[in-house]
Design a protein around this ligand. Structure first.
Ligand code: AMP
Ligand code: MG
Length: 476
């Protein structure tokens, strides 16, 4: 089969040729055949040695010219002018029958000119974690990069202990990041910035091309996409964990699943990442930090907003000022259906926030509590507290004002409150088994995660106290 891949469209200033590391005995451990087929890979080909060669970075011919992309980024608030793909190779782009274009990238495929002191590799655990969580997010309807395949490299990766090495094949609408723009802004390369803007508009926001000022329209689109994305995360109790500007995609997709996690018991200030010592990227900080990242993006685009510096700044502030409003609206649009509400009333936000306060106070599980509400079940085995009792009564009154029948409200809740999410302790269990050569636990979990809205007494259960995962580690 001829590969559906084409070369990535970057000039050499933006992406350098880099060959993935040679491997003696790579082994395919997972392939996403549904996704592969939408990208034009045939099912027979997926079972061939060629597929293993492609997904392990061993494909060698003219058709595939892997590159490592340049980018910069603010990491925990500190600007690093050069990061780049230190352990990733962009194989090329594919277009679907529907006309969408996607990047196909290997992660963990060996050192590149951007590796700095890193080894360019990925351990099996983080690869499986990204596979599971990104596919879970996709099934939940959240814009996200996807997992196309995972291979075992057959080599050992050294972290705090020797671990099996692995490579993830990731599919993204693009790998343009806020940090990609920052890289060229820091070098005052306005030609490159213009190229990036045109590419981002063509790929992600074609409507912006016909705007009076296309770059401003691009920025407004990114602001709106991020507001919707973060609201979606928040409604699912998702904590990204490392929202550095290099990990924020221009497309509005969730990208770079490192120390990410879904909340178990709800805590507004919950942090999982072991490297996030100050809680910068805590659950409740995510909207604010997204706004901060977007301000960094705006800085790179100022000269395109208006030739006059002051007017350019005013334009940027206008667009950035929209983020809060767009986020609040998107958040309410996600949270109302979780309570079965289709109409909007002024007091809805208060009603929702009161429920969240009860969850936090009573240490209740985010996902299961909403699911139980939609099944009309008690939230826990404990007797109903006064606060919860009062809230349930107010909620009932509010629901009674809806035009929709209770059955319709229930259906809406069942479609808005997942039963099965990628719970930390389940991911840990799957990784642990895989490190011992057993991929069944991973496969079973994956099969459940792609059907999140079906009840499952086993997979929906929160961790037992001894199973709770408190910290996740960065994907390095
Ligand atoms: P992350 O925090 O995973 O988004 O990565 C931040 C930067 O570190 C990116 O430029 C990565 O390419 C780079 N990086 C992370 N892990 C490694 C590694 N093992 N080897 C080389 N570069 C890495
Ligand atoms: Mg990253």
């Amino acid at each position: 089969m001829s590969l559906p891949l084409r070369r990535a469209p970057f000039p050499t200033s933006m992406a350098v040729q880099a060959a993935p590391a040679p491997l003696r005995a790579p082994r395919l451990i997972a392939v996403n055949s549904a996704l592969a087929q939408t990208l034009g890979f045939s099912p027979e080909w997926l079972g061939s040695p060629e597929a293993v060669a492609l997904f392990s970075g061993q494909w060698r011919d003219e058709a595939v010219q892997p590159v490592a992309q340049a980018y910069a980024g603010h990491q925990f608030g500190q600007f690093v002018p050069q990061l780049g793909d230190g352990r990733a190779h962009l194989l090329g782009v594919v277009s679907t029958a529907q006309g969408s274009t996607f990047d196909v990238q290997l992660k963990g495929s060996g050192p590149t000119p951007f590796s700095r002191r890193g080894d360019g590799l990925a351990a099996l655990g983080p690869v499986l974690r990204e596979y599971l969580v990104s596919e879970s997010m996709a099934a939940l309807g959240v814009p996200t990069t996807r997992a196309l395949a995972a291979v075992l490299t057959g080599e050992t990766v050294w972290r705090d202990r020797p671990l099996p090495g692995a490579i993830l094949t990731r599919v993204a609408a693009s790998h343009l990041r806020v940090g990609t723009f920052q890289y060229f802004a820091a070098r005052q390369d306005s030609e490159a910035l213009r190229f990036l803007c045109d590419l981002a508009i063509a790929r992600h926001y074609p409507g912006a091309a016909s705007a009076e000022n296309p770059v401003r329209a691009l920025f407004e689109n990114v602001v709106a996409a991020q507001a919707r994305l973060i609201a979606h995360w928040m409604s699912l109790g998702f904590v990204h964990g490392v929202m550095n500007t290099d990990n924020m995609a221009i497309s509005g997709e969730t990208i770079d699943y490192g120390p990410c996690a879904f909340l178990d018991a709800y805590r507004h200030d919950k942090v999982f990442s072991s490297i996030d010592r100050n809680g910068r990227y805590a659950y409740g900080n995510q909207p604010r930090l997204a706004g901060w990242n977007l301000a960094r993006l705006a800085e790179t685009l100022l000269p395109f907003f208006d030739p006059d510096e002051e007017r350019a700044l005013a334009r940027a502030q206008e667009a950035l000022g929209q983020f809060g409003t767009l986020y609040d609206t998107a958040w309410l649009e996600r949270m109302r259906p979780k309570l079965g509400l289709m109409q909007s009333e002024a007091e809805d936000k208060t009603l929702i926030v009161r429920f969240l306060e009860i969850l936090e106070e009573e240490k209740l599980d985010w996902t299961l509590s909403f699911r139980r509400l939609s099944r009309n079940e008690p939230l826990s085995e404990k007797p109903v507290s006064d606060a919860l009792g009062g809230w349930l009564a107010d909620w009932k009154t509010r629901r009674a004002r809806e035009k929709a029948l209770p059955a319709e409200q229930n259906r809406l809740m069942a479609q808005s409150n997942p039963a099965v999410i990628a719970r930390n302790h389940r991911i840990a269990e799957a990784i642990d088994a895989a490190e011992h050569g057993d991929f069944e636990v991973f496969q079973r979990l994956l099969a459940r995660l792609v059907r999140p809205f079906e009840d499952d007494a086993d997979y929906e259960t929160p961790p037992l106290p001894e199973e709770v995962v408190q910290a996740t580690f960065c994907g390095t």
